[in-house]
Design a protein around this ligand. Structure first.
Ligand code: BES
Ligand code: ZN
Length: 653
């Protein structure tokens, strides 16, 4: 390791300054007197230590990243430079960055003079620290360092697709997925959600492809960049956590929805995507009416090839989405409401560490539901909430109690392990509960203020508690008692003030499910054709109570009846198909295996793929050979995020 010159005095100085009070963005929010757009904001060390970064932002932190990279589809690398603008306490003479699986060529100052640097030991989760030395900073000084590097072909954030993995079949494709801690596999920076950075980029790529990023496009048509290449420039002037730096490169076309919304995807899919996602425009309007102005300019979507490992990813200005939401009937657009809501909960007010992911995801599920209610009414919103509650109960049943608390301690674990319905649905349930107790109007007033007061700042559970106690509870001891906030956050399971959503609209569905599943009636009696996707999901969420062969267990004849009556072999809605395949696998229903195989080899969304492989695996002698066979075929098409999870279940073929 590099010896740390000046570090001791830098730390002493930071302490003397009273934490980091002199730096923009540091320290708990003091409310409306804070500047609206601090140049940078790092999590104050005294109450939010991010154990998933090597960075020591209290000494020196990155405030701006400038990327100059070339995408090489033959070598499957992005290579070039990342120039980092650094601020720190006076006397700071080094900065620690996060890198994982990067080839570092050299590090220089802005003038090109070499700087001393060293990479430390590799941790399988966190990667390596990259420590760069420079002459000590003086007060208020910004220092630029330039890291020349190249990504590796197996960078976990990047998926390089062959033409055959795209809809068009003619051109290759590249996309990134940064959350939670994968940005360090393609950008050498301080990869912690509490360390906000503005960024700009110039990306050179083959001239027949278009580059998009989570930032403003400065070159809508690209510009010449040498033989066979075009360059595309971007700028993000709002400080963002590094997990929101994102790129897509491919044969992309664009269609506008309204003046500020639109969709990018491959040309052959453009019209279907635009038609499906048309409600986006109204969603942005509805979101603004609820919780204040949309602060990112445009809101576009990029509909990715089917290997995209998530449903959606809230990259600023450009949500990335799975093509499995293009159902043909706009029935899965709640995903857009979700990713859009992150433009407030997550992208404006950001979890300072992954231990508090509920602050991103729980707030977002709540906000998503409010957008859906605004567009589609109370019944639809209640159905969605009710499906979420069902998912949460299923998931919690299989989790250790400690992991059913909202505030987690993920030290030493992959932050992905916090990615459960607890963060999403228990988080949202907490907010629904506060809303019920204080009333909607008062709750909305507080939530809107919370986004304003904390915009562009890192948030922790402790800061959240401070904010809600100051601005909503305001010393009302009876209200404090009723809310049971400490139980929600720090205790396992659901507190006693939780009232599950009751959706009267599901009554007929539940009756039909009882008639078929429990009373063994004919599938022809199920009024399937008249049901919405949410009603179909509810119906198929049914699970046998007992073991195989028990009273609730379905026979092969019943499954065949269900499959043919509901025409499940030709089901085009990915959520419905997934729910059916779960039932089929759990009953070892062999005739569904070709449908299963097709589903698992034509999309790579982890939410679908992982549970199905897990269910197959649980079916021992019957399921494991099927899992191994299908996975050997499917794995080359999956994103590293998905293979990483499935490998842990099925093993590497
Ligand atoms: N931000 C998440 C995706 C994510 C979370 C990626 C943590 C990596 C680590 C995104 O907003 C999300 O929640 N996506 C969901 C869809 C949503 C409608 C619940 C998904 O991908 O399934
Ligand atoms: Zn989310």
């Amino acid at each position: 390791m590099i010896r740390t010159f000046g570090l001791v005095s830098a730390l002493a100085l930071a302490t003397a300054l009273g934490g980091c009070a002199s730096m923009p963005g540091f320290g708990p929010s003091s409310g409306s007197d804070m500047p609206p757009l601090p140049a940078s904001a790092a999590a104050p060390a005294e109450y939010a230590r991010d154990t998933h970064t090597y960075a020591r932002p209290e000494i020196a932190h990155v405030r701006h990243v400038a990327l100059d990279l070339t995408a090489d589809f033959q070598a499957r690398t992005l290579s070039g430079t990342a120039s980092l603008d650094i601020n720190g306490v006076p006397g700071a003479d080094e900065i620690v960055l996060d890198v994982k699986n990067l080839d570092i060529r050299n590090v220089t100052d802005a003038a090109g003079a070499p700087l001393q640097y060293e990479t430390g030991a590799n941790d399988p989760i966190k990667g390596q620290p990259l420590t760069v030395r420079f002459p000590a900073l003086t007060a208020g000084e910004t220092r630029r360092i330039v890291v020349a590097y190249s990504t590796r072909p197996d960078a976990a954030a990047l998926q390089w697709l062959t033409p055959s993995q795209t809809a068009g079949g003619q051109k290759p494709y590249l996309f990134s997925q940064g959350q939670a801690i994968l940005t360090r596999t393609w950008v050498p920076t301080q990869d912690s959600p509490g360390i906000r950075q503005t960024y700009d980029a110039r990306i050179a790529a083959p001239e027949d492809l278009r580059v998009v990023m989570s930032a403003q496009q400065l070159t809508p048509e690209g510009e010449a960049a040498g033989p066979g290449l075009k360059a595309w420039r971007f700028r993000m002037t709002n400080p963002v956590p590094p997990y929101l730096i994102a790129i897509g490169v491919g044969d992309l076309a664009f269609a506008a929805i309204d003046e500020r919304t639109g969709v990018f995807t491959e040309p052959s899919r453009l019209e279907a995507a635009r038609a499906e996602l048309a409600p986006t425009a109204d969603m942005v309007d509805a979101a603004e009416r609820l919780y204040g102005p949309y602060r990112w300019g445009r809101y576009d979507l990029l509909v990715l090839p089917p290997s995209f490992p998530f449903g959606g990813m809230e990259n600023p200005r450009l949500t990335f989405a799975t093509p499995t939401i293009i159902a043909g009937d706009q029935s899965l657009v709640s995903l857009v409401a979700h990713e859009l809501a992150h433009s407030w909960s997550g992208n404006l007010v950001t979890n300072a560490t992954w231990n508090d992911m509920w602050l991103n995801e729980g707030f977002t599920v709540y906000f998503e539901n409010r957008i859906m209610e605004a567009l589609y009414g109370r019944d639809r919103a209640l159905m969605l909430a009710s499906l979420g509650w069902g998912d949460l109960q299923d998931e919690m049943a299989g989790l250790p109690p400690a992991d059913t608390r909202l505030h987690l301690d993920l030290e030493g674990r992959d932050p992905d392990e916090g990615l459960t319905d607890v963060a999403y649905e228990k988080g949202a349930a907490f907010l629904f509960t506060i809303e019920r107790i204080v009333g909607r109007e008062r709750f909305d007033g507080w939530l809107k203020g919370y986004f304003e007061r904390n915009a562009f700042r890192p948030m922790t559970t402790e800061l959240f508690l401070r904010d809600i106690r100051t601005h909503l509870i305001a010393g009302d001891a009876e209200l404090e008692r009723q809310l049971m906030m400490d139980a929600w956050i720090y205790q396992p399971g659901m507190p006693s003030n939780w009232r599950p959503p009751v959706s009267g609209a599901f009554g007929p569905v539940d009756a039909a499910a009882r008639a078929f599943f429990a009373d063994k009636g004919p599938a022809s009696a199920i009024p399937w054709a008249g049901w919405s996707t949410q009603e179909r999901q509810r119906f198929l969420a049914w699970r046998p109570e007992g073991a195989q062969g028990g009273a609730d267990w379905l026979t092969a004849a019943q499954l065949a009846d269900l499959e043919s009556s509901l025409n499940l072999r030709d089901e085009g809605n990915a959520e419905v198909l997934f729910a059916w395949l779960q039932i089929a696998v759990q009953h070892r229903y062999q005739p569904a295996v070709p449908t299963l195989e097709h589903f698992l080899t034509t999309q790579g969304r982890r939410k679908f793929v992982l549970p199905l492989f897990t269910s197959l695996w649980a079916e021992g002698d019957w399921g494991r050979p099927i899992a191994r066979r299908i996975y050997a075929q499917a794995r080359p098409g999956y994103h590293p995020v998905t293979t990483g999870s499935v490998d842990a279940v099925v093993g590497r073929p």
